[in-house]
Ligand binder design. Structure first.
Ligand code: AMP
Length: 114
């Protein structure tokens, strides 16, 4: 797997505005925010796409999604609500081939998405 910007953030080679970290997960602010709050959550155990999630241990996946919720709560987003987005592959617009979830909040979002 080629090195992505998120590998560089994880190794400390690139700076990031981190909001949460534990043994398995890192969360940091998106460099090009699409909402007043725009956080990226990545697993430290890398895989490229959501497509591969079935090959990961189910407990690890559960803890990843729990971490997303924990990050949102820590940023006081539970009352206002937020959107969690996972882009997978070309048509989704996935730009970084390192699996990640977006947390978007702080404004009203349209549905269906563009
Ligand atoms: P995606 O389209 O789901 O692959 O989203 C990739 C996201 O990574 C985009 O929203 C980018 O703005 C964001 N991004 C790219 N480089 C960086 C960086 N160095 N620090 C923080 N976010 C980044």
């Amino acid at each position: 797997m080629h090195e992505t910007v998120f590998d560089k953030i994880l190794s400390g080679d690139l700076p990031a505005d981190s909001v949460y970290e534990d043994d398995e997960v890192l969360a940091f602010r998106d460099i090009n925010p699409q909402a007043p709050v725009h956080i990226l959550v990545i697993p430290k155990a890398k895989f490229a796409r959501f497509t591969e999630i079935a090959s990961r241990p189910i407990e690890e996946t559960g803890r990843f999604f729990s971490a997303i919720s924990k990050v949102a709560t820590s940023l006081n987003l539970d009352d206002s609500g937020y959107r969690v987005v996972i882009n997978n592959g070309r048509d989704s617009g996935q730009a970084v081939e390192y699996f990640h979830a977006h947390i978007l909040a702080g404004r009203r979002f349209a549905w269906p998405p563009g």
